[in-house]
Design a protein around this ligand. Structure first.
Ligand code: FEO
Ligand code: CA
Ligand code: CA
Length: 627
């Protein structure tokens, strides 16, 4: 029987469904022990088995100035909201750029209906659902946004289907087409930006688009299927979460909860690699019932062909996307590429599941402006991070020598390789953002209710540790690191916590948050992050927006701006109740920020009918740059 509740779960809840905590976890005892601890407020920072350590700048700011002022910020911070609107500071405007179902080509004009959504015939000609990571490119004087559509809400897209679950192959195709990636030209028509309908640069990439496998895993037995006996071509990039931009101007889309699309109609193949990634049982969207490619009992290797970073050339709509296996197979959040001071290419990547790891890839070759890029994302070394409690850390190379796995296995079962080297289990690593003004990077650790409660899916211990210092962590934190010698390719780093989210109106212990959190800027579950060119850290949340209990006073999900130097954080934007904020890029002139609003509630933004995920353009009315 179909477990229809699967489609109502968040992806985090789906992980828990696949890997439930034991009945005798003594959860309540753990919670009461954790919240009875003291220490964070006032600066006494050691608790648990690890030490929470903060940059000294955080404690040079007085409570009064944090609460009252907007210090380094060019805007007046806003209060919380609990409604179904967008709010931005005084002097700023926000306007919807594009919504799920809006046409990218003229033939899809009017395709969207508030009652029935989008017909299957038009489903790959409209903007997809649940917008996520995005980047803006300047191509021959035009501005082009590449943007992910992470997943679909079947109940909204298939209102006639039983409980929103697909009942035939056409309905599966509809869902496949409304996810993936959109590439679209945008232009400023004098009244805010619009999508350029029918632009030759517009493109949809879906779960059906053909792409190439590249890197050491390409052609390996682990990725061969009936449809692709050579193991070199794959259909689809899926659960496209965060994004990245290469130094050479291509788009990186990051395959996160790919496991949820696969199911087994018969016997499951053997192998630890399935359970570690939550693959098995019933798929979330019933794909496996109507497309044998998604049936693991029929195609045991198909799941091995997803969970990668995929590179797309937004300048060439005819180009074939390339899955870069050298960057590992995990639940990829985003891909933050920087150039190391020695010229090599570094990509920081989080694996978003409770107790999984933070990674980086370092190319063997170096890049120069305008130079060749061949091999830069295929030939290199993958590392997982170990954070020591003394604020030092090291990147542990994942090699046959260190892991006992061969090179292909390391890239296919990357989580197991990271476990083998003893990397540090993290509180759900989401986006990584690198400061453009100095060699440091930040990772949002969104939350982890299982910290100190149960091991990760691989059985690794998740007791509290330095950068993940709170048991049953419902608020999240942001860790940052400085590479040794200022070189992002270096093996060693120093780290501290930029912020620990929390609620000082509810708690007076470590769950109150770090000293740069106050009643005026509270938030939970940091997720999306990006630096603006002026070196400010923009933080987007995907948390509990009930505004109740331990989340009282935090309101709807929000976007904040953090000053890396002082630690100050100010609220810039709130989104409709039900929504998370995810995805951020700026227009070429930096005057407009494009912000993603995913899974809104109510009837936003139309005011009637279905809620529609959308990208919002935000700008200053006086025309001053904001990014
Ligand atoms: Fe798609 Fe971890 O967020
Ligand atoms: Ca996210
Ligand atoms: Ca999230």
């Amino acid at each position: 029987m179909t477990d229809t509740s699967l489609i109502d779960m968040s992806w985090d809840e789906f992980d828990e469904h696949r890997d439930p905590r034991p009945a005798d976890n003594q959860f309540d005892a753990v919670v009461s022990r954790a919240i009875s601890r003291r220490g964070l407020l006032g600066g006494a920072l050691a608790f648990g088995s690890g030490a929470a350590v903060f940059g000294t700048g955080l404690f040079s700011t007085t409570t009064a100035s944090r609460a009252a002022g907007h210090g380094a910020f060019a805007f007046e911070p806003i209060g919380i909201a609990t409604d179904h609107q967008i709010h931005v500071p005084a002097g700023y405007r926000a306007k919807v750029l594009v919504r799920w179902g809006d046409p990218l080509w003229s033939e899809a004009q009017g395709a969207y209906s508030p009652e029935t959504g989008v017909p299957v015939a038009m489903s790959d000609k409209v903007f997809g659902e649940n917008t996520d990571g995005m980047e803006l490119f300047e191509i021959d004087g035009k501005e082009v946004i590449a943007v992910n559509s992470e997943y679909v809400n079947p109940k909204i897209n298939l209102p006639a289907a039983s409980e929103g679950m697909p009942q035939n192959a056409d309905e599966v195709l509809l869902l496949k087409n409304l996810q993936g990636v959109t590439v679209m030209e945008v232009a400023d028509n004098g009244d805010g930006y619009q999508v350029v309908i029918d632009s030759p640069l517009n493109r949809r990439i879906t779960h059906e688009t053909e792409m190439t496998l590249a890197g050491p895993l390409a052609g390996h037995d682990l990725v061969k299927t009936k449809a692709d006996p050579a193991g070199m071509t794959v259909k689809g990039t899926m659960n496209n979460c965060g994004s990245g931009k290469t130094l050479w101007g291509t788009y990186l889309t990051c395959e996160e909860n790919f496991n949820g699309y696969f199911g087994a109609t018969g016997e499951m193949p053997a192998g630890e690699g399935y359970s570690r990634y939550g693959i098995g049982g019933e798929g979330r969207y019933a794909y496996e019932k109507f497309d044998p490619r998604y049936d693991i009992s029929n195609e045991p290797n198909e799941p091995h062909r997803h969970g990668f970073i995929t590179e797309i050339d937004p300048a060439d709509p005819a180009s074939t996307p390339v899955k870069r296996t050298a960057l590992g197979r995990i639940k990829h959040e985003n891909a933050e590429m920087v150039q190391a001071s020695d010229g090599r290419v570094v990509v920081y990547m989080g694996d978003d599941e409770r107790g999984e790891y933070l990674y980086k890839y370092v190319s063997n070759g170096t890049w120069t402006e305008g130079g060749a890029t061949e091999g830069l994302l295929d030939d290199g070394t993958l590392y997982a991070a170990r954070f020591n409690d003394d604020q030092t850390g090291e990147w542990l190379a994942l090699t046959p020598e260190t892991t006992g796995m061969d090179a292909a296995e390391i890239l296919c079962f990357t989580r197991m390789a990271a476990s083998a080297v003893g990397a540090t289990t993290m509180d759900r690593p989401e986006w990584v953002a690198a400061n453009p003004l100095k060699p440091e990077a930040y990772c949002a650790l969104t939350n982890n209710k299982n910290r100190g409660v149960k091991p990760n899916a691989g059985g690794d211990d998740t007791a509290v540790n330095g950068p993940n210092p709170r048991e049953t962590n419902n608020y999240g934190q942001i860790v940052r690191w400085t590479p040794a010698g200022g070189n992002h390719a270096a093996d060693a780093f120093d780290w501290d916590l930029y912020v620990m989210a929390g609620n000082p109106t509810v708690y007076d212990n470590q769950y109150a948050g770090s000293a740069n959190i106050n009643e005026g800027n509270m938030f939970n579950s940091p997720d999306g992050m990006a630096f603006s060119s002026d070196g400010m850290l923009w933080i987007q949340t995907d948390g509990d927006d009930d505004n109740d209990g331990e989340f009282a006073g935090m309101g709807n999900n929000q976007m904040l701006v953090g000053d890396p130097e002082t630690g100050e954080i100010a609220r810039f934007m709130t989104v409709p109740n039900g929504a998370e904020v995810t995805g951020l890029c700026w227009s070429a002139d930096k005057k407009v920020a494009f912000v993603g609003v995913q899974h809104p509630g109510g009837a936003w933004p139309d005011g009637t009918g279905k809620p529609r995920s959308a990208i919002v353009a935000v700008w200053r009315e006086d025309g001053v740059a904001i990014g």
